[in-house]
Design a protein around this ligand. Structure first.
Ligand SMILES: [Zn+2]
Length: 326
């Protein structure tokens, strides 16, 4: 039986950090000059009609591979992972919050992991990325959370009242109702129970700055939510439209460029409802492919902007070329 408690997650995450350090630019054998000592904060900006979209690199974290493809035989899993250069113990997920600038409003979508989280020390770069992109935190009008898992809410939970002082915080009514319920711990998967007090504290600190919205409704002009329940019951994706141009922001409905696309029905432990998660994933991939939508993926290799095409029984991710403005 799969047991995945916080301790084993942390152990696996620590192992992932070692793997990453051994393969990356911070390798102990690499020259210790200034250029090798760290990376620049990253952002990528492009025009969507009259809007500007800025992807922000919050960093990377790792999860145990035993938490994905939970309904797949071990040998099939291993063959797939080997073929895709996914290590047997952990796999890495980038974290890509973004800002939509409509000219009237600045909307931050998801907030990264936050600084100093012991399970994700290579994350928490949102503030630096915003600064380097020239976006002051007090100019953000709206923060939208696709859902409340810690890699999405983590950028505001340290000091929710002050982090984005002029912003309202938008989540779906269902998501807010789930985590705020007095018996929330009994409504979420076992691994998520310890998240409940922190999320309730964040909601309480924001008070009337919280704006719960109906899944499927408009959030601000040009930004609509799409009900993509499954990962969490209140998970939303976003469809941003300016003129003829549209951008689909998937959140965690389509979390990986590998298994989510190749094998949408492979279940992951992080989906509160694993079957619904799979159904939603395939439906959203279908929509993205059929409507030829530009897509931004929260956990894709940075900046995580591209298109979805159908391939075989599944789909394929086509990253967009980097566009330089000016
Ligand atoms: Zn996530």
């Amino acid at each position: 039986m799969l047991v995945l408690d916080r301790r084993s997650l942390l152990k696996a995450t620590a192992a992932g950090a070692v793997v990453a350090a051994g393969n990356g630019p911070a390798d102990a054998k690499a020259p210790k000059d200034t250029a090798a000592a760290g990376e620049a904060p990253g952002f990528y900006r492009f025009a969507l009609g009259d809007y500007r979209i800025t992807l922000l690199c919050d960093g990377v974290f790792s999860l145990p591979t035993e938490s994905i493809a939970t309904n797949v035989a071990a040998d099939e899993k291993k063959a797939y992972f080997d073929a895709h250069y996914i290590a047997s113990d952990t796999f890495a997920l980038q974290i890509n919050p973004l800002v939509i600038d409509t000219g009237q409003k600045r909307i931050l979508v998801d907030t990264g992991i936050g600084v100093g989280k012991d399970w994700a020390l290579q994350a928490g770069r949102l503030d630096k990325a915003l600064e380097s992109a020239g976006i002051a935190a007090d100019t953000i009008d709206t923060v939208v959370l696709t859902h409340c898992h810690p890699d999405h809410i983590g950028g505001i939970d340290a000091d929710p009242a002050k982090q984005f002082p002029n912003a309202e915080l938008v989540v779906s009514e269902t998501e807010m109702g789930l985590w705020n319920a007095p018996d929330a711990a009994s409504k979420v998967p076992e691994w998520a129970r310890e998240l409940v007090p922190g999320i309730q504290k964040t909601f309480a600190a924001l008070g009337d700055r919280m704006r719960p919205v109906k899944s499927g409704g408009e959030i601000v002009t040009g930004v609509a939510s799409i009900d993509t329940a499954g990962h969490t019951p209140g998970h939303i994706s976003l469809l941003v439209g300016s003129g003829e141009k549209q951008l689909l922001i998937t959140g965690d409905a389509i979390a990986s460029i590998h298994i989510s696309f190749d094998q949408p029905e492979w279940q992951i432990i992080w989906d509160h409802d694993r079957e619904k998660g799979a159904t939603t994933r395939r439906a959203l991939l279908d929509r993205a492919a059929n409507d030829r939508l530009l897509v931004a993926g929260y956990h894709y290799p940075f900046p995580g902007v591209g298109h979805v095409v159908k391939e075989g029984q599944g789909f394929r991710w086509l990253p967009s070329d980097w566009v330089w403005e000016g």
